[in-house]
Design a protein around this ligand. Structure first.
Ligand code: SER
Length: 434
């Protein structure tokens, strides 16, 4: 099954059930937002989860470009990304758990043909403030999912939102695909990280509004927010072992392999994946039309981190020329038919990648000199303090992870936790100054 077919079937399925299609919003949230990027399909809809009427009605469907940095350390495995496409359907005070779960089940089994016995689902198990979701549990049983495939978990696994500190949120039910791998132990289940279960879809039942004092007020209406990663459902529907084997990534991975020319490509799977993922996120952020550029602040800082991590990896692979624009070209050509803004901003994307490559080269040369000077005053076993790491970062844009690695090589400890705190204080100060 092709990506375009899944997109089309998804929208059609929900249109046939009374939903209206909404276009993807920008990756940079329009209104004042607690978070830098659009992290889920529901993000641009937040005002409509608090009573405001949406001009297109109470049932919506859409595909949203998303960037999440929470998962950045997981990138390199089979299924996590910083940028991904989220297929979503929403009920704004219309249907609730019964219809939502039934539609998800019918789409997966009826339209995509995934055998029901390959599914496992999780349901909110309750806590002191909010009850166990027995309603969702009963509905899943009615669909025919065996009760030993329905798992109750706590807030960490089965509660979603709010985006930022306050706002609409609620218990969710997550749908997993069982890869068929052997269980990793007696307690193996969707919450464990062994890879047997891949989360494909999350149905959130927005019933609460989290307030600034940390309490949960009941929302007047009930809302549904669902989200499914296109990349994952594409991999699962095609029986592929990772998202990187799907058409969203495969040509990018091939291009990276041919440009980096490693003698033993099988040793670099993780590196290729990180390059492909981060370059895709960078291309989409640069190509969003908001003219975000690499910098030391806010969106620009995330963008810079993504691009510089790629540059560091390719340098580590002994590639000194700038191959970033060539990788970006492949990403643009795969995605421009659906996201034409990438083609419209092609020149800007490549130009910024070139500039950052040159800038980072200078940074590395100057920063390395300054770092060497600092290390020359320290003996193995001594500690590089947070202020020194921060100065290297602030003055030269020298990546703190690199400072940490250099310290490590010399047997010197680096106060990374102190640095993180110092950076957060600095960012908070510059935010307030705006
Ligand atoms: N907002 C939920 C999530 O991101 C469902 O889309 O998982």
């Amino acid at each position: 099954m092709r990506a375009e077919e899944i997109r089309r079937l998804y929208v059609k399925f929900f249109e046939e059930r009374g939903h209206k299609e909404i276009a993807s919003a920008s990756l940079i949230p329009e209104n004042d937002s607690d978070v830098l990027f659009t992290t889920a399909g529901m993000h641009p809809l937040i005002p409509y989860f608090s009573g405001l009427e949406h001009p297109m009605g109470k049932r919506l469907v859409g595909i949203q470009k998303c960037v999440r940095t929470d998962d950045i350390d997981e990138v390199g495995d089979a299924f996590h990304h910083t940028y991904f496409e989220m297929l979503g359907n929403w009920s704004l005070g219309d249907y609730f758990k019964q219809e939502s779960i039934k539609m998800s089940f019918d789409f997966l089994t009826g339209v995509l043909g995934i055998p029901a016995e390959r599914l496992a689902v999780t349901v909110f198990g309750g806590n002191e403030q909010t009850p166990k979701d027995t309603e969702a549990y009963e509905i899943w049983k009615e669909t025919g999912i065996n009760e030993n495939r329905i798992y109750f978990y706590g807030m960490k696994e089965n509660w979603w939102g709010p985006v930022g500190e306050t706002g609409p949120c609620g218990p969710d039910t997550e749908i997993f695909y069982d890869t068929g791998a052997n269980p990793c132990g007696v307690n193996c289940g969707p919450a464990c990280e062994c890879g047997k279960f891949v989360e494909i879809w999350n149905n959130v039942f927005m019933q609460y509004n989290k307030l600034s004092d940390g309490s949960y007020a009941k929302l007047e209406e009930k809302y549904v927010d669902t989200g499914m990663s296109l990349e994952r459902i594409l991999a699962v529907s095609n029986n592929l072992e990772s998202n990187y084997e799907t058409e969203c990534f495969y040509p990018v991975m091939e291009k990276i392999k041919s440009l980096t020319k490693a003698a033993n490509p099988q040793n670099y799977t993780r590196e290729y994946r990180i390059i492909a993922d981060h370059m895709r996120a960078a291309a989409f952020i640069l190509g969003d039309g908001k003219k975000v550029t690499p910098s030391n602040k806010k969106h620009g800082y995330i963008l810079r981190r993504l691009i510089r991590r790629v540059i560091r990896i390719i340098r580590m692979m002994n590639v000194s020329e700038n191959i970033l624009p060539q990788i970006a070209e492949v990403i643009i050509s795969i995605n421009a038919p659906v996201y034409p803004e990438l083609a419209d901003n092609r020149e800007f994307i490549c130009d910024q990648l070139n500039k950052e490559f040159i800038q980072f080269g200078k940074t590395l040369t100057l920063g390395l000199k300054a770092a060497e000077k600092l290390f020359s005053h320290l003996a193995p076993g001594e500690k590089l303090d947070a202020d020194a790491i921060f100065r290297l970062f602030d003055t030269f844009g020298f990546p703190p992870e690199l400072t940490g690695e250099l310290a490590n090589e010399r047997g010197i400890a680096a106060d990374m936790a102190g640095f993180k705190k110092r950076l957060a204080d600095h960012q908070e100060k510059s935010r307030r100054a705006q």
